[in-house]
Design a protein around this ligand. Structure first.
Ligand SMILES: C[S@@+](CC[C@H](N)C(=O)[O-])C[C@H]1O[C@@H](n2cnc3c(N)ncnc32)[C@H](O)[C@@H]1O
Length: 323
């Protein structure tokens, strides 16, 4: 069955319950016409989300309203005043158990449906500045980390497999790999050298701003797996980065993008901060789809205790053996 995605624009959150603690993004809600829907369906007309983004929506409404910024000005302002260093909860639309269905049989528009402004950020100053000081903290709670580690232990190549290489993109002092996990080559790419130096799983690291230079400094067909934990939302040139991921993955190599509902709000792209968890799955799925050379992306909800600890979603795909 084709999965159509519905999008509704409630009257700027009126009558819509939302537990966002920052940029309330509930002015855009995804609904699926498959068996489970994410929230109430009143006034919902099933349409393709991406087609809607691409066409009438942006013309019909002022962009800031469409992207929820109009609705979330207070949240935005208060989070800005709290300081840009806090890693804060973002949209909290519980997508329920159907996350796994979101990327099934999507009717993707022919063209990449996003616009330049979708990749703008509240804070457009240099990322080097923002990440200059190390943060030896974790960005998701312990149950979410445990769920991710468990997931990795199921899908990673066995520890110490000769010839296996892994790239942890947007890496820091932790990669959340299974305890004792080792490979000949584990590369971390991130913005802060102090953090990367301290990451015990890495055999090497690269400091590089992917928003300035999205070209990955690695040979073609180098890696068996690429991970990116709670950071895909900071990429302002995601298509270039995903094309590079395809290039450096070995044929059949696995790319695992994981995310929760938290972010450095001022540094995340506007299409992310103005949409909810289910939309994020679609957005990351779109990156794989439009980068080309990947199997159809799939989504998994590995949230450990829905509602009581941080949610955790995975969007993954493998490089086609022919790519
Ligand atoms: C929220 S932290 C997540 C760190 C780590 N993946 C984790 O799970 O704890 C965001 C990470 O993304 C990296 N990052 C942010 N913007 C980046 C950019 N433009 N280029 C490369 N890495 C970036 C930062 O270095 C930082 O380590």
């Amino acid at each position: 069955m084709t999965n159509f995605i519905g999008l509704r624009l409630p009257l700027l959150c009126a009558g819509f319950s939302c537990s966002c603690s920052c940029s309330c993004s509930c002015s855009i809600t995804l609904l699926s016409t498959s068996s489970t829907s994410f929230s109430g369906t009143a006034t919902t007309r099933p349409i393709s989300l991406l087609k809607k983004w691409n066409k009438g929506l942006v013309k019909a409404y002022p962009r800031r309203m469409v992207l929820g910024i109009g609705a979330s000005f207070l949240g935005m302002a208060s989070s800005a005043f709290q300081g840009s260093n806090s890693f804060i909860a973002s949209a909290r639309i519980n997508p329920g158990p159907s996350v796994d269905q979101i990327l099934k049989n999507v009717e993707w528009p022919e063209q990449f449906p996003f616009k330049d402004e979708d990749f703008q950020r509240f804070d457009e100053s240099s990322d080097a500045l923002f990440y200059e000081a190390p943060r030896f903290v974790t960005h998701i709670d312990d149950p979410a980390i445990a769920a991710l580690t468990k997931y990795y232990s199921k899908v990673f190549p066995p520890s110490n497999t000769p010839g296996v290489s892994i790239l942890d993109m947007c890496s820091s002092w932790v990669s959340h790999f299974p305890p004792g996990y080792k490979q000949e080559r584990v590369v971390g790419l991130g913005m802060n050298e102090e953090e990367l130096k301290r990451n015990p799983v890495l055999t090497e690291y690269v400091v590089q701003d992917l928003n300035v230079n999205p070209k990955l400094p690695f040979e073609d067909n180098s890696f068996d797996a690429i991970t990116n934990v709670v950071s895909v939302d900071y990429l302002t040139k995601p298509l270039e980065v995903f094309k590079e991921m395809r290039r450096v993955l070995k044929p059949g190599g696995l790319a695992i993008m994981s995310f929760s509902n938290r972010c450095f709000w001022t540094k995340a792209i506007s299409i992310w901060t103005s949409t909810g968890d289910a939309d994020h799955v679609m957005i990351v799925g779109a990156y794989f789809h439009y980068a080309g050379g990947f199997e159809p992306p799939q989504a998994v909800d590995i949230s450990p205790n829905p509602g009581s600890s941080d949610p955790m979603y995975i969007v993954y795909s493998r490089k086609l053996s022919t790519a």
